[in-house]
Design a protein around this ligand. Structure first.
Ligand SMILES: Nc1ncnc2c1ncn2[C@@H]1O[C@H](COP(=O)(O)OP(=O)(O)OP(=O)(O)O)[C@@H](O)[C@H]1O
Length: 589
């Protein structure tokens, strides 16, 4: 009945295990069997001791204990019994230490597999073609790369290990009892099995639904919290904080109740098994009443049943809990398996080649459409740029300027035409070399919650001070940095919240300069339209215009393009005109 979910889970794990880890699972399996044997031997050792203890003079009559009693030279049976109890205690102690050690090895193994799952998930999302990124929200990505693997490790991997460890114990105990007293196996099977099956049947489908629903709800909670804090000012001014808060609480209400329900489900197997154990004892009594000839063995049988149940009950409980958990966390398997198809994967990365950029960049008859879109976003774009030139791009919103730059940056690949560097087509084999010489300053520059220095170097542990000062100077950040008491070590707040729009873009420019970018793509901010910001950014751009850096600027204000050699105008994905700055200004005036 539960084989479906077990096989499904095992198949999913196989994908993540390296060959060494697969060998380790065999080793783990052997250790688990040894540990189970020790459990059963410990358990079985109690029975003869109980039997001889129950009967006066039993020790000396026993064919096993009698010789030992005499050989060691005991005078009193009570002393010998104390000795036996001490031996059993030491054995139980060793057995427990061994089983803790096995559990430790198992736990380390799950952690190891957990890491390889996080790595695989990260690799999967980092290798997604760029446009698919828009399909995911950041909360969904955080959940998929960190939340789901953690849930998988505890809900699937650990549950499976618990399931198999306990199954081995149940199996070995059952074989042991079968040899010693077959009837007891019958009683235990008739009593425990239907109860276990019933409990699992009752809980499995609801558990799966709870898991799926929690997985849907969690990222929504994260997204609302993100919006609440990131949009702090906007939501406050729009008087919307309350309604976001209410949505969050409603979402959390459901999450918390489902969590509580799942917790309750984890307790139910224990209760069910406890009830069943009592039924077991009563069944033995009933058996003794109906078959009086067997009643002399009654105490031994009840004792044995109690001993077997003592070890079987927690095992049955853990088996059931593991099965219910596997159902509840089935969603993690589905989530980990998503986006594995080839179309979502840009790997394998080909062998990388060097690239020489001494003369020119050319867009050669470039055409591009987004997947699933009928109309091409770019059509027959032909532009030739000499090294060191400053080129502007203008055009109405949606005309394709950013898409063209994303192709140049190789986030998208053209369907027709090519990008030629010194006349050579730019291929995936040049990606590394190309990315090391091209920089991109976006409208909303990515900023970390870190110091100005770390934002410029992107967290370099060893900073090239000379290069840093050049970058700050060229990006017109010098006077700003000097005015700060902590200078370059000043923290800029989350996503640069302590900076002005112009300062943020200039940090982006400084970052490109520090990287010793040879080609800079600059997407001028549309949002930061105030005069001061414009002046600050223009000052930085003008400074850069006197370097030998090749600069491509997407501009929303013509004045930004004062230093450009040429300006291309795009409309509906086509280059419709080439301008000089003076002509454009004259037209506007
Ligand atoms: N990931 C995407 N999937 C599908 N269509 C897209 C995607 N990204 C952009 N587009 C579409 O491609 C067209 C060109 O967009 P692009 O961002 O290049 O324009 P733009 O000229 O840079 O605009 P703006 O000046 O507003 O930034 C638009 O119609 C846009 O809707």
């Amino acid at each position: 009945m539960a084989s479906g979910i077990i096989n499904y889970s095992l198949d999913s794990i196989r994908f993540y295990l390296t060959n060494a880890q697969k060998r380790k699972t065999i080793w783990l399996f052997v250790l688990t069997i040894i540990s189970s044997f020790m459990e059963v031997v410990g358990l079985a050792s109690l029975v003869p001791v109980m039997l001889v203890a129950a009967e006066p003079g039993g020790v000396q009559k026993s064919k096993y204990f009698g010789p030992v009693y005499h050989a060691i030279g005991f005078q009193e049976e009570s002393h010998f019994l104390l000795f036996l109890i001490a031996v059993i205690f030491v054995f139980f102690l060793l057995k427990s230490l061994f089983s803790v050690w096995v559990n430790y090895i198992q736990a380390r193994f799950t952690a190891e597999v957990g890491i390889s799952i996080v790595k695989t998930q990260l690799g999967k999302y980092l290798n997604l073609p760029f446009w698919y990124f828009n399909d995911f929200g950041s909360s969904g990505l955080i959940n998929s790369t960190l939340g789901v693997p953690t849930a998988y490790v505890s809900g699937i991997l650990r549950a499976l290990l618990a399931f198999f460890s306990e199954m081995i114990i149940v199996f070995v105990i059952t074989i042991g009892i079968l040899i010693y007293k077959p009837l007891l196996v019958l009683i235990l099977t008739v009593v425990l099995l239907p109860a276990g099956m019933l409990t699992y049947r009752l809980l499995r489908s609801r558990s799966q639904k709870i898991g799926n629903r929690i997985n849907e709800l969690r990222p929504i909670s994260f997204a609302i919290v993100g919006d609440l804090f990131n949009g702090f000012t906007e939501l406050k001014l729009a008087n919307k904080q309350k309604s976001f808060e209410q949505r969050l609480i409603a979402n959390q209400n459901e999450v918390q109740s489902l969590d509580a329900e799942a917790y309750l489900f984890s307790l139910l197997p224990t209760k069910m098994i406890e009830m069943v154990a009592i039924i077991g004892v009563l069944t033995i009594f009933l058996y003794a009443i109906f078959f009086p000839s067997a009643s002399t063995n009654l105490i031994a049988l009840v004792g044995l049943f109690a001993a077997a149940a003592y070890r079987l009950m927690p095992s049955m409980n853990r088996i059931l809990t593991a099965l219910v958990q596997l159902k509840q966390f089935q969603y993690t398997i589905e989530s980990l398996e998503s986006y594995r198809e080839a179309k979502y994967n840009e790997s394998p990365h080909p062998q990388q080649l060097p690239l020489s950029f001494n003369k020119s960049i050319a867009f050669d008859n470039l055409c591009f459409s987004f997947p699933g879109e009928q109309k091409p976003t770019l059509r027959n774009v032909n532009i030739a740029i000499r090294k060191g030139e400053k080129i502007g791009f203008i055009g109405s919103s949606g005309s394709g300027k950013t898409t063209l730059m994303n192709i140049l940056l190789r986030f998208y690949s053209e369907q027709q035409g090519a990008i030629l560097i010194d006349g050579q087509p730019l291929t995936p084999q040049h990606l590394q070399a190309w990315h090391s010489i091209i920089g991109y300053v976006k409208q909303d520059t990515f900023l970390m919650e870190a110091s100005i220095q770390d934002n410029i170097t992107l967290g370099d542990s060893e900073v090239d001070i000379k290069r840093m000062h050049y970058a700050i100077e060229q990006a017109s950040l010098q006077s700003f940095v000097t005015s700060l008491p902590e200078g370059l070590n000043t923290f800029i707040g989350e996503r640069g919240s302590k900076l002005s729009g112009g300062q943020r873009q200039r940090i982006g420019i400084a970052r490109a300069l520090y990287k010793q970018t040879e080609i800079l793509v600059l997407d001028e901010a549309t949002s930061a339209l105030d005069n001061e910001t414009e002046r600050e950014v223009n000052e930085a751009i003008n400074k850069l215009s006197h370097t030998d850096m090749t600069i491509l600027i997407i501009a929303h204000r013509i004045t930004t393009l004062r230093e450009c050699d040429r300006i291309y105008e795009l409309s509906h994905g086509e280059v419709i005109a080439e301008h000089q700055y003076e002509d454009l200004i004259r037209k506007i005036v």
